[in-house]
Design a protein around this ligand. Structure first.
Ligand SMILES: Nc1nc2c(ncn2[C@@H]2O[C@H](COP(=O)(O)OP(=O)(O)OP(=O)(O)O)[C@@H](O)[C@H]2O)c(=O)[nH]1
Ligand SMILES: [Mg+2]
Length: 389
């Protein structure tokens, strides 16, 4: 089965249109960047009309990937296809959902043999520092592109009119430093000042280049058959989950150290627990099988998971293992493998040694995640056993 079939439609949001009538001469340019940075404004300015909606409130505007097609002014037989994308830190959708949508779009178009001309990444020059969301946004973008695609990336700054020229120059220098790796790999920096000329200068910098073979994430998802959490871009989000778990463990240690009564520690504990829960909901939204999803998010996918997804058989790949952890020996294709994960004493073994009748499988949810997979039950169509205790 050609791997590209994995990407035919199943995971796509209906409003995220992939190019149905793509032509080999199309110049396809996704425009990315944090929410509110001016992606839709850039596209409308280049296109010379209000073809994609611009947001004027504090809320995110572009909710779906939207294509805007304009004739290429220097060769009207060709089309520029801008792809307007929702930004991370969207006020309605979480980051994993945005990454999933962008990745699914990229993977599907790659499967359909659509080659990208390049990517425009926009950043607001009004931002005093590259921090928090802006930084994570760029980190995910960087990993999504990979080293080879960097030469087709234009790093554009927007909203220059909102800051004094000397401030803009200083920030540009800081950005040049922050983006130095991508610049060394061939990315160009450019300014969008709200004029059509500056927009087309950026587009032309892309059309001067050869078409992109593929982005790193396209190669990972389509050619290598990885799931999103296993990709380099997905691992950035996994990283933030790991940070949360580390913060949570630190707070628990403080509590054990005698600070039980401290309101501050209790509040932090609740805060990290809430954040972990929210991230787990986001992980579930990635729609990959639960065992693989959890393991992959914790960087444990190499411990054991089916190595042949398409054949319907279950073969276990064991490359690395903690001493004493038994791996499933006689695994069957019909097995439902459920890792039970949680902090010490939370009740993992109680769940995994319950009889199958008592076990509300759909209620087994990892609420507080520690750093170890400790218990594992295996339920097949005919028997139940506790594989690891
Ligand atoms: N001064 C100035 N304002 C800009 C510029 N670009 C965008 N804006 C304003 O910034 C706001 C957000 O612009 P959008 O184009 O909707 O931003 P976006 O990146 O598409 O945002 P999302 O769709 O929410 O991700 C709007 O009020 C724009 O008018 C610019 O270069 N200069
Ligand atoms: Mg927009």
């Amino acid at each position: 089965m050609p791997i590209s079939k994995i990407w035919k439609g199943s995971e796509q949001k209906l409003s995220d249109t992939v190019l149905q009538d793509a032509r080999s001469t199309d110049i396809v340019i996704p425009v990315m960047g944090p929410t509110g940075v001016g992606k839709s404004t850039f596209i409308n300015t280049a296109a010379g009309g209000d073809l994609t909606e611009v947001g004027h409130s504090l809320k995110s505007c572009t909710a779906a990937l939207t294509r805007v097609i304009v004739p290429y002014p220097y060769d009207r037989s060709r089309r520029i296809v801008f792809v307007d994308t929702p930004g991370f830190d969207d006020t309605y959708e979480d980051d994993t959902e945005i990454l999933r949508r962008i990745s699914v779009w990229l993977a599907r178009s790659y499967s359909d043999k659509v080659k990208l001309a390049g990517i425009i990444y926009l950043h607001e020059i009004t931002q005093p520092r590259m921090k928090g969301t802006a930084r994570r946004n760029f980190d995910v973008f960087d990993k999504l592109c990979g080293v080879k695609a960097a030469q087709n990336v234009i790093l554009g700054t927007t909203k220059r009119a909102n800051v004094k020229p000397d401030v803009a120059a200083g920030r540009e220098q800081q950005l040049r430093d922050f983006w130095k790796d991508m610049i060394q790999q061939g990315s160009l920096m450019a300014q969008f000042d709200g004029t059509s000329e500056s927009a087309w200068k950026i587009v032309n910098a892309i059309t001067d280049k050869q078409l992109l073979e593929c982005l790193h994430i396209q190669n990972e998802l389509v050619d290598l058959g990885k799931i999103l959490p296993e990709t380099a871009a997905g691992s950035i989000l996994r990283g933030s989950l790991k940070d949360l778990v580390a913060a949570h463990k630190k707070t628990i240690t403080e509590l054990r150290g005698g600070k039980e009564g401290g309101d501050d520690v209790q509040a932090r504990l609740k805060d990290t627990e809430d954040q972990i829960r929210t991230l787990l909901v986001q992980i579930q939204a990635l729609k990959v099988p639960i065992g693989r999803r959890i393991l992959a998010f914790f960087g444990l996918g190499h411990l054991w998971f089916p190595s042949n997804r398409d054949s319907g058989t279950l073969s276990m790949k064991v490359s690395e293992q903690w001493p004493g952890d038994t791996v499933l020996q006689g695994a069957r294709a019909t097995d439902i493998v459920i890792p039970v994960i949680g902090t010490t004493g939370v009740g993992k073994s109680t769940v995994s040694t319950s009889s199958v009748d008592d076990l509300p499988l759909w209620e087994v949810k990892p609420l507080v995640i520690s750093d170890a997979v400790t218990d594992c039950i295996r339920i097949s169509d005919s028997d139940t056993e506790s594989a690891v205790t």
